[in-house]
Design a protein around this ligand. Sequence first.
Ligand code: AMP
Length: 176
Amino acid sequence: MMTADNAHLAAKIREIPDYPKPGVSFKDITPLMQDAAALRDAIDQVARHFAAADIAHVVGIESRGFIFGAAIAYALKAGFIPVRKPGKLPHETHRCEYELEYGTDALEIHTDAVRPGERVLIIDDVLATGGTASAAVELVNKLGGEVAGLGFLIELGFLNGRDRLKGHDVFSLVTY
Ligand code: AMP
């Protein structure tokens, strides 16, 4: 899937060198969110891409995935499901651990969040290595849900996260 030419959105993404650690160029989306037209356009573009995908629920990944995920759910007239860091969800959860550069991290979902066969769209702000997104895919699959696609504002193409999401419709607005 080609990404759209979104120079006007790219112009609203601030790059912070060496944050949170040396060598990382952090993509700060707060200027994009602050801009009414850019925020609306980003949400609309992702919603439009998945408009015919019969999405029952949008899964947003903590925490920036919540902001866009909830808005995209509203636009698609779908429900919203949070996927969160360990210990944040109050009810019974499934957990998926995934590798980081150093050590592991984990994500959780409520066990009653998705019903078998439901079509789910996963949303986060940045697709980097794809570890976070593929953990979310695993959680949805564990509940019997069908991942109908994944949407991101930003894709770091040089990290090849897309390769870990093979077979899925991966849509992003701005690629680096
Ligand atoms: P990954 O699991 O490597 O695909 O990393 C994706 C997660 O880490 C997303 O939830 C992003 O919010 C965050 N992330 C990774 N790299 C960056 C970056 N360069 N700038 C901002 N957020 C990032």
